[in-house]
Design a protein around this ligand. Structure first.
Ligand SMILES: Nc1ncnc2c1ncn2[C@@H]1O[C@H](COP(=O)(O)OP(=O)(O)OP(=O)(O)O)[C@@H](O)[C@H]1O
Length: 371
């Protein structure tokens, strides 16, 4: 039986070093939930706390209503899939998948049926008598997945399961994993530092930094309405511009040098003259007669679109990004810009995000840190 996971005020320390100071999170039953963040932010540490491989120095973790802090890993009924497939090399595919059921002393007929079924679900039934050395990386990861889910775990935990696969196979496997998870319906916690993978695979994502959750939301919420500058730059690319708020006759504007755009979704408490950071995604700019002036530094042709590295007036550059980006879809475009060309770009006021000067808080109405 799949369960919900409630994590309340958990603390993780290694000796005196605090890795997770105080973290709370609720994961719904059947949900595909991803922990996303840069290397060292504590994703694996948290996953191992849920699994029971790491001690918990404060707070509690519950599966449904039961506190599991002191329940040993082998009694938590979890399935795990790791980056290095961790399947037994001397056993066939079928034997690997049977392993957990044999440990649980499942009767032979029932075991055979379960193994046959799961091998079909993960689409490796035709290789069932092969040894792992004769399987591709993707097929080996399917075996690891089958072995994890055949025992009907309450929770499936996956730690960077696609890291060892090449780019094309990663894309193929991430949709396979998503389909399989939906079919079996097991609550899944997935760890990755790959933001594109997280966007493609998850129902919800928690973005972490230094052991602290920055935002929880659906991929769309996190991408379109990040709750702070860190999330906005960690997920996808964002151009960060210094700007100032102008309020005139009840209308609110974001001003960049001599160009301004009216915004209708800024929060109520925003002040006239307030300094802000505006984050604009490369696809949220459009060419315009009036706009922010940029100079082309470089371009990269991707076939379907072209990506320009561009630079504005240096007073507008917030943070230390070496260049800005502007993406042009090539569907209707025939002329390309060259290095040193100048252009005016207008940001789309419905799409851009506005943050406090310190980058910590969104100033867009109704942006939530936790949904
Ligand atoms: N056994 C340990 N003893 C001491 N410190 C540890 C231990 N395991 C992890 N850490 C530290 O805890 C922090 C978080 O590590 P963790 O592996 O959870 O990060 P992560 O977000 O999963 O990173 P990655 O994406 O690189 O795997 C790091 O600073 C790491 O050095």
């Amino acid at each position: 039986m799949s369960v919900s996971i409630s994590i309340q005020n958990v603390v993780k320390k290694y000796d005196k070093t605090v890795i997770i100071p105080d973290l709370s999170l609720n994961i719904k039953n059947g949900e595909f939930f991803t922990l996303l963040g840069p290397s060292g932010c504590g994703k694996t540490t948290l996953l191992r706390m849920i699994a029971g491989f790491n001690s918990i120095e404060g707070g509690e973790i519950k599966f449904d209503d039961a506190v599991i802090n002191d329940i040993p890993a082998h009694k938590r009924n979890i399935g795990m899939v790791f980056q290095n497939y961790a399947i037994f090399p001397h056993m066939t595919v079928k034997e690997n998948v049977e392993y957990g059921l044999k440990l649980r002393k499942v009767p032979k007929d029932e075991m055979n049926k379960k193994v046959e079924d799961i091998l079909k679900v993960v689409k490796i039934d035709t290789y069932k008598d092969r040894l792992p050395e004769r399987l591709s990386g993707g097929q080996q990861q399917r075996v690891a997945l089958a072995r994890a889910i055949v025992i009907h775990p309450s929770v499936l935990l996956m730690d960077e399961p696609l890291s060892n696969l090449d780019a094309k196979l990663r894309i193929e496997m991430r949709s396979a994993i998503r389909d399989i998870q939906k079919e079996v319906g097991i609550t899944t916690v997935y760890v990755t530092h790959d933001q594109e993978e997280a966007l493609a695979i998850s129902d919800r994502i928690a973005v972490m930094k230094d052991g602290v959750i920055q935002q929880v939301g659906s991929p769309k919420q996190i991408y379109t309405r990040p709750s702070n500058v860190f999330v906005s730059t960690f997920i996808g690319s964002s151009n960060l511009l210094n700007a100032k708020i102008k309020i005139e006759s009840g209308k609110k504007y974001v001003c960049f040098d001599d160009f301004s755009v009216e915004m209708t979704n800024l929060s109520e408490d925003i002040k006239d003259n307030q300094k802000v950071i505006v984050s604009v995604r490369p696809e949220e700019f459009s060419l315009s007669d009036k706009g922010i002036k940029f100079k082309i530094k470089n371009s990269t042709f991707f076939g379907r679109y072209i990506n320009y590295e561009i630079l504005p007036n240096k007073d507008l550059i917030a943070g230390n990004q070496p260049y800005f980006e502007f993406t042009q879809d090539l569907g209707h475009v025939h002329d390309f810009f060259e290095a040193d060309d100048e252009l005016c770009l207008s940001p789309n006021p419905l799409k851009i995000n506005v943050f406090t000067e310190d980058g910590e808080k969104s100033l867009i109405r109704d942006v939530k840190e936790n949904e």
